[in-house]
Design a protein around this ligand. Structure first.
Ligand code: AMP
Length: 284
C-alpha cells in the first residue's frame, strides 16, 4: 500500500491508474479505523480497480467546543487495517497540506437540510464536511465514493452536493456495522468508560425496537418516537439530543413512517455524543 501525504503524489498516482484504464474508489475517513470503515474498503475493493482511503481529522467540521484535539488517532494501526483489506493508497495529509493559512472558500448547502438533526447542535459541521469532501473529490477524482449509513444525514448531504455541483462521482451507501451486542461501531466509542459502554446500548436497543415496530406496521411517527425515547430515557447516563423521523432525502420531519423515512438519533452518554439510525423499509 502506498502512503501519500501530499496532494501532488495522489494526483500523479491516480493519473497513472486512470491511464491504465482502472476505476478508482475513494473511502473518506477521519482515521482510528474499525470494521465499519473496513466494510467500506471491502465494498470499494469489490467495485473498483484501485482503492484509496483518506485518513484526515478535518478541523473545519469541528465546532469550537468539540473534540478536535481529543479525537483519537493511530495512523500505524490504520495502515495495518487498510492494507489487510486490500487498500492501494492511503492519503494522510497534514492540516497545512489541505488548508492554506488563509483558506476561506467553503461548500455549503443553503437550505434546511444541514440545519436539521445534527445540524441543530453542530451548525458548521456539514459545511466542513462538504468542503473537505469536495476537496477530496477534486484531488482524487474518484469514479465511486463510499459512505456509511451510520452517518445518514452526512450521506444525504453528500448526495445532494454531488447532484447540485455535478461532481462526476457515484456515491455508494454501506450498511451500519455493529459490535456483537448491537452498539454501532464508532471511533468515538473509545471515549466510553465501562459503565458508559454498557449504557450506550440504549441507542441500538431503541433502534431495534423502532425497527421492529415499523416492520410490524406502525406508521405513526409520533408513537414510534415515543417508544424509542422511552427506552433511552430509562438509561440514567443517557441524555437525548434528538430522536427524529425525517424524510430520507430532505431531512425534514415526517409524520408518517413510509418506506425511505429516516429514523435517527443523537444521544449523549456522559460527555460522549453518539448517533444511530435506521431506514423504514431498509437501506435501498
Ligand atoms: P469517520 O471516520 O467517522 O468520519 O467515518 C468515515 C466513514 O465511515 C463515514 O462514511 C462513516 O459513515 C463510515 N462509518 C463509520 N462508522 C461506521 C459503521 N459503524 N458502519 C458503517 N460505516 C461506518
Amino acid at each position: 500500500m502506498i502512503a501519500a501525504s501530499t496532494i501532488q503524489e495522489v494526483r500523479e498516482q491516480v493519473a497513472q491508474w486512470k491511464r491504465a484504464g482502472l476505476t478508482v474508489g475513494l473511502v473518506p475517513t477521519m482515521g482510528y479505523l474499525h470494521e465499519g470503515h473496513a466494510s467500506l474498503v471491502d465494498k470499494a475493493r469489490e467495485m473498483c480497480g484501485k482503492v484509496i482511503a483518506s485518513d484526515f481529522v478535518n478541523p473545519t467540521q469541528f465546532g469550537p467546543n468539540e473534540d478536535l484535539e481529543a479525537y483519537p488517532r493511530d495512523f500505524d494501526r490504520d495502515c495495518a487495517l487498510l492494507e489487510a483489506h486490500g487498500c492501494d493508497l492511503v492519503f494522510h495529509p497534514s492540516v497545512e497540506e489541505m488548508y492554506a493559512p488563509n483558506a476561506a472558500t467553503y461548500v455549503e448547502i443553503l437550505d434546511e437540510m444541514p440545519k436539521q438533526l445534527c445540524g441543530k447542535t453542530r451548525p458548521i459541521h456539514f459545511r466542513g464536511v462538504c468542503t473537505v469532501v469536495s476537496k477530496l473529490f477534486n484531488i482524487v477524482q474518484p469514479d465511486y465514493a463510499f459512505f456509511g449509513q451510520k452517518d445518514a444525514q452526512q450521506l444525504a448531504i453528500i448526495r445532494r452536493m454531488v447532484r447540485d455541483l455535478s461532481f462526476g462521482v457515484q456515491i455508494v451507501a454501506c450498511p451500519i456495522v455493529r459490535e456483537s451486542d448491537g452498539l454501532a461501531k464508532s471511533s468515538r466509542n473509545t471515549y466510553l468508560n465501562p459503565e458508559e459502554r454498557q449504557a450506550a446500548l440504549c441507542l441500538s436497543k431503541a433502534v431495534f425496537a423502532g425497527q421492529a415496530a415499523a416492520e410490524e406496521g406502525q406508521r405513526d411517527a409520533k408513537a414510534l418516537l415515543k417508544l424509542m425515547t422511552g427506552i433511552i430515557e430509562a438509561e440514567p447516563l443517557a441524555r437525548i439530543d434528538y430522536v427524529s423521523a425525517v424524510d430520507g432525502e430532505t431531512m425534514l420531519p415526517a409524520d408518517e413512517l413510509t418506506d425511505g423515512v429516516l429514523v435517527a438519533m443523537a444521544v449523549y452518554i456522559g460527555k460522549t455524543r453518539l448517533i444511530d439510525n435506521f431506514i423504514v423499509g431498509g437501506l435501498k
